[in-house]
Ligand binder design. Sequence first.
Ligand SMILES: Cc1cc2nc3c(=O)[nH]c(=O)nc-3n(C[C@H](O)[C@H](O)[C@H](O)COP(=O)(O)O)c2cc1C
Length: 324
Amino acid sequence: MKNPFCKPPFPYCYAPMADLTDPVFRRVLARLDYRGIHFTEMVSAEGLVRENLRTLRMTSTLETGAPQGIQLFGGKADVMAEAVRRVEGEGRFDFVNINMGCPKRKILQRNGGAYHLKDPEGTARWFATVRKAAQGTLTVKVRLGWEEENILTVARLLQEEGADALIVHFRLKDQPYRLPADWSWAERIKPLLRIPLWGNGDIDSPETARQRLSLGVDGVMIGRGTLREPRIFQSLQEVPLTPWEDLLAIIVEEVEREYSLEKKKRTTRLKALVRFLTSGRVEGRLMRRDLLVCEEYERIKTLFLGLPEGVITGPFLEKDENLC
Ligand SMILES: Cc1cc2nc3c(=O)[nH]c(=O)nc-3n(C[C@H](O)[C@H](O)[C@H](O)COP(=O)(O)O)c2cc1C
């Protein structure tokens, strides 16, 4: 498959999100006829190489014609190189994406995620080792910088070392979500690159997505906006929206399919989704209140299937500082 980030027929995709864009959510989007690029949530390169069962479960693929990629994080170049070799050897994914943006402490402690933004030259050498191991499309997702913006250097070096596309979340490592993503960087980064540049941050509607695309990026990645309204891609594809009640039923079906024997996980999964799905919707707090305190799966399922659609008028989540 050619590089799916380059001149894609559909220049919008969802963002990889830990514990959320899991196999359940990916199948839900596939059932909504999503035509964009699919991503796994971030997967530990180390876990993959060690064949950790929980890690391997995250890497299931879909039966879809759409491109699918795996996002890997890690700090050791040789381990990352081995993980990429294995992924490519299996041939199930169309590309690999390396996470160089996650600011979570447990990821930074392993020299992964945004840690790579600390020392651009060192990271370029690190990336060169991984690039040597990779035959196929190898892309990177970054933020604007560690403490200060160094994205222009990082972008140039990653391109020189053979990255096939760059996805930039327009925030610094520690910049909280309540401060807006700075899309003005798109026009500063784009002229430096021959490889595709995709932008990410704060897309809250199809209109914002289209407007951001018009800034000259090759594609737009949508994170929390997808969790809150998985049908955002249907709006962008200009096809009729799946009715809200059907969307909820599809989600429940996929959760039950994935966790047919794990009742506790079904509960956790629906609760995690509901926080995002109801955020910023009129009466959202009220909608999720009963469900979040409930522990009994059948009751949670009934409450979930009965959630009203609620018009979106507010911000994503009230407390979002710990997000990746
Ligand atoms: C719950 C959550 C989990 C995330 N997990 C990941 C991840 O696994 N890998 C990654 O590259 N970014 C992760 N992110 C960051 C998103 O991919 C995206 O860059 C960020 O949310 C900004 O986009 P948005 O404003 O459209 O949400 C996560 C974000 C959220 C909200």
